[in-house]
Design a binder for this molecule. Structure first.
Ligand SMILES: Cc1cc2nc3c(=O)[nH]c(=O)nc-3n(C[C@H](O)[C@H](O)[C@H](O)COP(=O)(O)OP(=O)(O)OC[C@H]3O[C@@H](n4cnc5c(N)ncnc54)[C@H](O)[C@@H]3O)c2cc1C
Length: 431
């Protein structure tokens, strides 16, 4: 292996692969390092891949990529112990070109995507851990790896090493993340034949559906569950802030078992056979937890830069966009022959001007707000379910009597005022 590259990208997830692909396409000599046996072997995702951001890298990608199903319906289930209020949007415009998003299985998708980067000229080396950044005169000049030939040099290093980003931490770009800045998610992939999936989820052949689960799915802890349809498997999972798991003394796999056996979910999973169990952290601190993303000779992208929009479960798209923007910045820096922090800083600016920075800023207080005031998940979702039950049960009571009962159920005036204030606050952090 040559000892000096134009660029080294650490981590072959969506962020790193997107960056390496764009760099190689622009003629930059790039090495993509991955600690796993192959790209995707260590990656965990519920599975919604957003078309637009992938399309900006490889137009028409879905025609050749191992995507599972285009999503035509997104359901949102507000769950109590024995009930659920469900909102949904189904649109047939999502069933055809250009599509909105697809479910994917990362073990397959990342391998395919990484091969595309290799086809452009990137050198992919797997089963190799970048242990630390090499620094000379305050500038990152490469990485030390666990390979016998050890040190590798480059003009610029891109840290795409995922949520913990030990390399960015060792550069002092961020501290150890607090338990209220990361979620722990566990998920299972369950085998079920495609026709049964389509019948059960009310889908035409080949179409897909996602269900996001709120409230009792996480036993009221801040977080969400999910149930996604793949070709002939289902992905089911649940993720909550680490701080919530610690506070409620719940083990993540117990929460997953709870969701799988929940009466609102169990029927979807009947006869499905567990195939794979996965667990991973998700950076959920948002805008306020973003580390420094640019230094002398170094850029940070994807989860390593905390680029996840937890409210809209978007992460892979932000990862790819940040990887693409980092690559564009490096190409311009190469033309100038200047990889200083000042020269690379346009990456940070482009990132913050894009939907990534804009959306993170928009929801900058949301996670902290909902974590601080758990009543939204613990109390208000069950209250909404009780109100729906009261209103929709036909028992001889007049509709006006029912409205009065719902109003009484909310509690005394002081509590009503508190709820109105909470709704206003929620609107403020989400607007
Ligand atoms: C359960 C779950 C469900 C999710 N659902 C969705 C979803 O539906 N849609 C969505 O858009 N996002 C989702 N996300 C978030 C999404 O998975 C991430 O935001 C996305 O994978 C980030 O990509 P990345 O390339 O930055 O990091 P990763 O995908 O984590 O990739 C980092 C890579 O770096 C490698 N690596 C780490 N350290 C080193 C090292 N020192 N040397 C070499 N290699 C290293 C790792 O092996 C890994 O391959 C979900 C996440 C989880 C955990």
């Amino acid at each position: 292996m040559p000892e000096k590259f134009d660029a080294i990208v650490v981590g072959a997830g969506p962020a790193g692969i997107a960056c390496a692909y764009e760099l190689a396409k622009a003629g930059v000599n790039v090495l993509l390092l991955e600690r796993g046996e192959y790209p995707g072997s260590k990656n965990v995702m519920g599975g919604v891949l957003y078309r637009q951001m992938m399309e900006e890298i490889i137009p028409g990608f879905h025609k050749g990529a191992p995507v599972e199903r285009p999503i035509v319906e997104q359901r949102f289930m507000m769950m109590d112990k024995t009930s659920a209020v469900t909102f949904s949007y189904k649109g047939l415009e999502w069933a055809e070109e250009p599509y909105n998003n697809f479910t994917v299985l990362r073990a397959k998708f990342d391998q395919w995507f990484a091969q595309k980067a290799v086809d452009q000229g990137a050198l992919l080396v797997c089963e190799t851990v970048a242990l630390e950044c090499l620094i000379e005169g305050g500038k990152v000049v490469g990485v030390r790896t666990d390979r016998p030939d050890g040190d590798l040099h480059a003009d610029v290093v891109v840290l795409a090493d995922g949520v913990n980003s030990l390399l960015a931490k060792s550069l002092g770009f961020h501290k150890e993340f607090r338990p209220d800045e990361v979620a722990l998610a566990t998920m299972e992939i369950l085998k079920l034949d495609g026709k049964t999936i389509e019948d059960r989820f009310n889908l035409e052949a080949g179409q897909g559906c996602t269900i996001e689960l709120f409230g009792d799915a996480t036993k009221g802890i801040l977080g969400t569950g999910f149930l996604y349809t793949n070709k002939d498997t289902l992905s089911i999972g649940v993720g909550t802030l680490l701080s919530g798991l610690i506070k409620h003394k719940i083990k993540p796999y117990e929460l997953l078992e709870y969701v799988k056996t929940h009466p609102m979910i169990r029927p979807y999973l009947q006869g499905a056979e567990p195939q794979e169990y996965l667990a991973h952290l998700i950076p959920e601190g948002g805008y306020r937890s973003m580390p420094k993303v640019v230094g002398d000779g170094v850029l940070v992208v994807g989860d390593a830069a905390q680029l996840v929009n937890a409210i809209h479960r978007e992460g892979s798209n932000m990862a790819m966009t940040s990887g693409r923007l980092a690559a564009q910045t490096i190409v311009a820096a190469k033309a100038r022959g200047d990889y200083s922090e000042a020269s690379l800083d346009s990456y940070r600016q482009k990132l913050m001007d894009s939907f990534v920075g804009q959306d993170l800023k928009k929801y900058k207080d949301a996670t902290h707000h909902f974590d601080k005031f758990p009543q939204y998940f613990e109390e208000y979702i069950p209250m909404m379910n009780r109100a729906a039950s009261t209103m929709l049960t036909v028992d001889g009571a007049s509709k006006r009597e029912k409205q009065k009962k719902i109003w009484r159920d909310i509690g005394p005036a002081k509590r009503k005022f508190k709820i109105a204030r909470d709704l206003y606050r929620a609107w403020k952090v989400m607007k």
